[in-house]
Write a protein that binds this ligand. Structure first.
Ligand code: NI
Length: 181
């Protein structure tokens, strides 16, 4: 396994539409997935898409740690190949997102509250799940990478865009959080 270099915003690989994976069971794909898992663990993120490691393929990995799960239920590491994401309603929620390709920054991004995800798993077997909350957010963020879409391109209010250090230091809150006070 190997820790791979992560592309940063501004590199054209992050703006390209990635190609479908022709054979999900190809050992080369399994190796890429293993390297991506090691890279993600090293970087300390929750998701990583193949274009972020300079491979323009429709593939991403993610997990949801207990601390980030809306219901306290962690989601174990999942491999998603050739995904299709469909919203289950029109409801959008605003929430914080970061990206390993935009280090040090975070922003409030609107995402569909509930989605269906279909694709192939790491063994090439088809699966379909429904997801909500933070998991739905991560899936939409990672799937966007496969279409050359970075989270700033989804933002609705640039006041909620800042450095992690500063937004934490000054407790920048989203309008929805403020309403709850
Ligand atoms: Ni990202």
């Amino acid at each position: 396994m190997a820790i791979l270099k992560i592309a940063r915003m501004g590199h054209p690989v992050l703006l390209a539409r990635a190609a479908a994976v022709a054979d999900a069971a190809d050992p080369e794909i399994s190796r890429l997935v293993a390297d991506m898992a090691e890279t993600l663990a090293d970087a300390g993120g929750v998701g990583l898409a193949a274009p972020q490691v300079f491979r323009s393929l429709r593939l991403f990995i993610y997990h949801v740690p207990e601390s980030r799960a809306d219901d306290g239920q962690a989601v174990a590491a999942r491999v998603v190949i050739n995904p299709v994401v469909s919203p289950l309603s029109d409801e959008l929620v605003l929430g914080w997102e970061g990206c390993l390709s935009i280090p040090g920054l975070r922003a409030a991004v609107p995402r569909f509250a509930r989605i269906r995800l279909a694709g192939l798993d790491g063994a090439g077997a088809p699966f379909e799940i429904e997801a909500g909350g933070f998991e739905a957010r991560v899936i939409q963020h990672e799937a966007d990478h496969l279409d050359g879409v970075m989270y700033p391109m989804r933002m609705s209010d640039f006041r909620y865009f800042g450095f992690n250090e500063e937004t934490s230091r000054y407790g920048l809150k989203l309008p929805e959080d403020a309403d709850a006070d």
